[in-house]
Design a protein around this ligand. Structure first.
Ligand code: DSN
Length: 422
């Protein structure tokens, strides 16, 4: 059957509108980035046509000679990037990577320690609404009330009391460096496995801007599309002793056929992340976050933990305006072309649908080439909108200044605003 001759204008017009949204607005969601044209080429390739259940040389279907080489290269590249003994590049997402590790190394009902969601953890770290919280006995640790840093004393006390089978470190909304060394010590003291969820900071680790948890943790999971700047997906690296159980858990335990077009995109991203330029990029992400946090602090916003050491910051809006919710702030900023997300702050009295805070990240604007000067401009644009979220004239004025700023930093470096492979 020939392909349809009528173009699908409905969908492709929408994609054009999304290209425009991404090009003319500021993308400040901490978990997003702009992936490279080469990654997109791989993801848009004929590899999407192939079924490859299993692993290289052990597939259920024929025709995987090339796919085997691609997946092997992806595994080899990621092991070299992080200094890991083994890798599974098939998880469709970070959530699946975590669930695969639980399935591989835990029994239902086992006790696990994880950072609580409202202190910056993730749904898969034991939230009662997630399968992790339903199938395993998660106990939450949190941040110190005084300086809003990981409370290692509490973590040690909880570990001694509950004797968990596993301790999960890592966060989605925590602006500080997570040192894996003391967590390894706690795991050793109580005989727990150590899972480090590096979803947010994988690119900072690859670029040597943050400590590498691989020498300390039994298993490290991460997503490939955040600071690592690859295609949307997940990945697991581990000590060799856990590799067989993890492979079995991902397939056939949890997933079906792997997305080999995405695996190829991951391989491309791992190669990009191994370059010296990527190290410069990772350090600039952090420098930009520090500059943006500083400029927002000067304008009356309270930074959770007093600042940032990574790619994101959490703003507690209540010192700036006690009545302003994260939800209203996010909506007004969206109207101004500034995309970020509402977020609970530690011990937030408001619900996760309303919140008292905002999470702001710098990976995407740093990919565009923006630096500390632009971060101060962005802080001022955010402040102007949040001074009065009902001031539609000011929001419109900011919207046009945002578009002007973005026009100076074209995402893919061309007028079309679409990726083209060099
Ligand atoms: N959605 C991701 C984030 O924004 O942090 C976590 O899964």
């Amino acid at each position: 059957m020939p392909w349809p001759t009528q173009p699908d204008t409905e969908i492709f017009d929408m994609i054009d509108r999304e290209v425009d949204r991404q090009n003319t607005g500021l993308q400040l969601i901490a978990s997003e980035n702009f992936t490279s044209p080469a990654v997109m080429d791989a993801v848009g390739s004929v590899l999407t046509n192939k079924y490859s259940e299993g692993y290289p040389t052990k597939r259920y279907y024929g025709g995987n000679q090339v796919v085997d080489q691609i997946e092997d290269l992806a595994r080899q590249r990621v092991c070299e990037l992080f200094g890991a003994e083994a890798a599974n590049v098939q998880p469709h997402s970070g959530a699946n990577a975590n669930l695969g590790v639980y399935l591989a190394l835990l029994e239902a009902g086992d006790t696990v320690l994880g950072l609580s969601l409202d202190h910056g953890g993730h749904l898969t770290h034991g939230s009662p609404v997630n399968i992790s919280g339903r199938f395993y006995d998660f106990v939450s640790y949190g941040l110190t009330p005084s300086d809003e840093r990981l409370d290692l004393d509490q973590l040690r006390d909880l570990a001694r009391t509950h004797r968990p089978k596993m301790i999960v470190a890592g966060a989605t909304a925590y602006p500080r460096i997570i040192d894996p060394a003391p967590i390894r010590e706690i795991c050793d003291e109580v005989g727990a496995l150590f899972l480090f969820d590096a979803a947010h900071i994988a690119g900072l680790i690859a670029g040597s801007a943050h400590p590498n948890p691989v020498p300390y943790a039994d298993v490290v999971t991460f997503t490939t599309h955040k600071t690592l700047r690859g295609p949307r997906g997940g990945c697991i690296v581990s000590r060799a002793e856990h590799a067989a159980a993890i492979d079995k858990a991902i397939f056939p335990g949890l997933q079906g056929g792997p997305l080999e077009h995405v695996v190829a995109g991951k391989a491309v991203a791992f190669r990009e992340a191994a370059t010296a330029e990527f190290g410069d990029y990772a350090r600039q992400i952090v420098a930009n976050a520090v500059a943006l946090a500083g400029a927002l602090g000067e304008r009356g916003f309270r930074l959770v933990s007093g600042g940032t050491e990574n790619h994101l910051m959490l703003i507690d809006l209540r010192t700036f305006d006690a009545d302003l919710t994260g939800k209203d702030a996010q909506n007004a900023l969206d109207d101004a072309g500034i995309t970020l997300n509402k977020n609970t702050v530690p011990d937030d009295p408001r619900s996760p649908f309303v919140t008292s805070g905002l999470r702001i990240g710098t990976p995407a604007v740093t990919t565009q080439g923006m630096g500390e000067t632009e971060m101060v401009t962005i802080a001022e644009l955010i402040t102007r909108v949040l001074r009065d979220v009902g001031d539609t004239a000011e929001i419109a004025a900011v919207r046009s200044e945002v578009a002007e700023l973005c026009a100076g930093f074209p995402v893919y470096g061309n007028d079309a605003g679409r990726p083209t492979t060099p």
